[in-house]
Design a protein around this ligand. Structure first.
Ligand code: PEP
Length: 256
């Protein structure tokens, strides 16, 4: 099933208010690509300002708590993200799985909380280099999909309306300049699709599967043209309009 390409910038823990100028430049450039869904996930501290200044693209968080509110010092709930104008949240990024010990069950709970708050979700999965070298990549990623995607009635509705995405991000390709081979990306996206159809039935075809891991202007066209790739989750190359917009352009060129 063809999808509108979805290009999402993950700013991670980068960005002060000075970087809002880049977001504005990205939004201005985005206007040239009406057939591409474009979004940025800045740090929590910039979501409100970015939403206020930029209406042409989606704005999201990089994590949320499972609870709506309560005694969770330092955390931010999905309801708070929605309240400040976020459209979606990235969950289960490998840096959160590693740095914060997040596992599949917690990520699923967060995804279900995010949907309950009206947000879209991007659930991240991906194998480490050791897992790939051991021939376990597909089993690991399939298990992460099975364990982390949201389930239940709200999830079924969100899947049907395109609010659930999965990002396949091999851990060894994130921020390293190493990109997965296109044939490996195609194989893994097919494996992820099979798990989504197993979980959601035919509606699982509606979930966009993004590739992430050192995507840049030079490799985006090949990756985005690959079978089953519905977009990209971009870290380092999303921090400036000059680096990010060529990736959006590559997605736009692939359309039609
Ligand atoms: C990411 O943070 O999700 C990511 C893919 O980072 P990078 O593009 O820098 O590898």
């Amino acid at each position: 099933m063809p999808h509108r390409p979805y290009i999402v910038g993950n700013w991670k823990m980068n960005g002060t208010r000075a970087m809002l100028a880049e977001a504005r430049a990205i939004a201005r450039g985005a206007a040239r690509y009406p057939d591409v869904d474009i979004a940025l996930a800045p740090p929590f501290t910039l979501i409100g300002a970015l939403r206020a200044e930029v209406s042409e693209i989606g704005v999201g968080g990089q994590d949320c708590h499972v609870a709506v509110k309560g005694a969770h010092t330092g955390d931010v709930s999905a309801a708070m993200l929605a309240d400040i104008g976020a459209d979606f949240v990235i969950l289960g990024h490998s840096e959160r799985r590693k740095d914060h010990g997040e596992g599949d069950a917690l990520i699923r709970a967060k995804a279900e909380a995010a949907l309950a708050a009206g947000l879209g979700v991007i659930v991240c999965v991906g194998e480490t280099l050791e897992e790939r070298d051991a021939g376990k990549a597909e089993a690991i990623v399939s298990g992460q999909v099975d364990g982390s995607i949201p389930l239940g009635d709200a999830a079924a509705e969100a899947v049907a309306t395109g609010k659930v995405a999965v990002a396949y991000e091999p851990v060894w390709a994130i921020g390293t300049g190493r990109v997965a081979a296109v044939e490996d990306v195609v194989a893994m996206h097919a494996a992820v699709r099979a798990r989504l159809v197993a979980a959601y039935g035919e509606a699982g075809e509606k979930v966009r599967i993004l590739y992430g891991g050192s995507v840049n202007a030079g490799n985006a066209a090949d990756l985005l043209a690959a079978e089953g790739v519905g977009g990209a989750l971009v870290g380092g190359a999303s921090l400036t309009a000059d680096a990010f917009l060529p990736i959006v352009a590559a997605a736009g060129a692939g359309e039609g």
